[in-house]
Write a protein that binds this ligand. Structure first.
Ligand code: FE2
Ligand code: FE2
Length: 131
């Protein structure tokens, strides 16, 4: 189960709400991983990854604008991390084309690992410096 815990809160409501939405997409991926009744998971995974791509683009733009407005120190690092994250999610998206029944769960696990690292090393460690 993936949800926004208190330790991830920045204290800025709009940003916390957006982060909550990203956690929701991570939870969708987790539920898909655990779903034993579904044989082919590629369509669902593609939807989740597309959702992540669209939503994180939106969130990063909003967050960077907010950070710029308040004079957040380390905006360059933020932007670099955001761009890197987009590339990593794109790379996972490209792998969906060639997944098979045998390795589809591995790819979902890889996505979840990426997201977990992101939540800890980016949201918890960096985004929270907003306040
Ligand atoms: Fe950020
Ligand atoms: Fe963020």
């Amino acid at each position: 189960m993936y949800e926004l815990k208190d330790s991830y809160l920045t204290g800025v409501k709009t940003i916390d709400d957006q982060h909550r939405q990203i956690f929701k997409l991570a939870d969708d991926a987790y539920q898909l991983l655990k779903d034993e009744n579904k044989l082919f998971k590629d369509d669902d995974l593609l939807k989740i990854v597309k959702g992540l791509q669209e939503y994180t683009q939106y969130h990063f733009t909003e967050e960077e604008t907010y950070m710029e407005a308040i004079g957040y120190e380390g905006l360059d690092t933020q932007k670099r991390h955001h761009n890197q994250f987009i590339k990593e999610i794109d790379a996972i998206g490209q792998e969906i084309d060639s997944i098979s029944l045998g390795n589809q769960n591995e790819l979902i696990e890889m996505l979840l690992e990426k997201l977990t690292t992101w939540f800890q090393e980016h949201i918890e460690a960096l985004d929270r410096k907003i306040t």
